[in-house]
Design a protein around this ligand. Sequence first.
Ligand SMILES: Nc1nc2c(ncn2[C@@H]2O[C@H](COP(=O)(O)OP(=O)(O)OP(=O)(O)O)[C@@H](O)[C@H]2O)c(=O)[nH]1
Ligand SMILES: [Mg+2]
Length: 358
Amino acid sequence: MGKALSLVIPTYNERDNIAPLVEKIHASLTGCDYEIVFIDDNSRDGTAEAVRALEGAYPVRVVVRRDKRGLASAVVDGIGLAESDVVGVMDADLQHPPEVLPRLLAAIRNGAEIAVASRYIKGGGCVNWGLGRKITSRVAGLIAHFFLPVTGRVHDPMSGCFMLRKSVLAGANLAPTGYKILLEILVRGKYEQVTEVPYLFYTRQKGESKLNTRQGLDYLRHVFSLMDRRRELIRFGKFCLVGGTGVIVNQGLLWLLTDFGGINYKFTSLVAIEASIISNFILNDYITFADKRQGRRGSFLSRLGKFNVACAIGAVIQYGLLLLFTEVFGVHYLISNLIGIAVATLWNYMASKLWTWR
Ligand SMILES: Nc1nc2c(ncn2[C@@H]2O[C@H](COP(=O)(O)OP(=O)(O)OP(=O)(O)O)[C@@H](O)[C@H]2O)c(=O)[nH]1
Ligand SMILES: [Mg+2]
C-alpha cells in the first residue's frame, strides 16, 4: 500500500535546517505513514548530504537537480515523484511550523481537495515581519485576487505551505515559473473544495533568504502568464478598449449637445456620461463578457442596472482620487485625474467581473 502522505520540500542551501525540520515533522506526524521528498537545486552547502545522513532513521529521500530551475518547478517535480495521492508542500527553513501538517491532513480527510496553511485568516499571522514585507505580501495577494478572481476563494493564495490531492492536478498543464506554485495550482487545478487552516509564519532562523526583487517581478510575470492562459488578459484588454470608445462617446455627445444643441454643459455632461455608460455596457455585454451573457444569470436590464451602479461608484472613486492627489499631495490635476481613471477602471473591471457579469 502507498504512503498516507508525501511531503515535498524544495531546498536551496538549507543544510542547517534539514535535521531540525525532519525531527519536527516526524514528531508532528506520529502514527502517519509518510515520506519526505526533498527537491534540491544543487545546493553548494551540503544540503543533499544532510538529507542522506538521515535516510536510515527517517523516511526521507533527496533528488538533486543539476541545474537550478527554481522553487515552483522543484515543487512540481516533487509532486510527480510523490508516492502518496495526498501531497503536502512546505519550505525547508522552519518558517512553516510542522505542527500545522496534521491539521492540513485532517482538512483533506474531511473532504477538501486543497488545504492551505494561511497567514491571513483568524488565528494566523506573520511574526516579526517589517512593515515593508507586510505591505508587499498584502499587495501581492490583492493583485492575485484582483487579476485572477478564482484565487479569491482563499485569503492567502501566496502561501508556500499547503496540501492537496493529486487528482487536482490531472490535466492542469502547469507551467511553473517563479515562487508561487500555489497560485498556479489554484488557477489551473480542478477542485471543488478548498479549506484554509491558520498558522503563524515566523522569520527565518538559519540559512539565507532567497527572496529578492527579482522574485517580485517574476511574480507579476507569473500573474500575467496565468491571466493569459485563462484569457483574462484579453478580456481586460477588451474592457479597456471599450472604455476608450466610451470616452469618444462622452466627449462627442457633450460637444454636439452643447455646441450645436445650445444646451448648458451642466446638463449635457450628465447626458453624455449616461450615454457613455450605456454604450460601454452594450459593447461589454456583446464583446468583453459575451461568454457570460448567455444563460440564466439575470436579464439585460438587471445587468445594465448593476453596471450603472458600479460605474457611479467608479466615478466617485475617480473624483475622490483627483481631489486627494491634487489638493492633498499637490500633484498636477491632469496626473491626478489619470491616477483616478486607472484606479476607477480597475474598480469597474472588478465589479463587472465579480458582479455584473458574474
Ligand atoms: N529547489 C529549489 N528550492 C528553492 C529555490 N529557491 C528557494 N528554494 C526553497 O524554497 C523555500 C522558500 O524559500 P525562502 O528563501 O525561504 O523564501 P521565503 O520564505 O519567501 O523568504 P524568507 O522569509 O526570507 O525565508 C526554501 O525551502 C528554499 O530553500 C530554488 O531555486 N530551487
Ligand atoms: Mg523562507
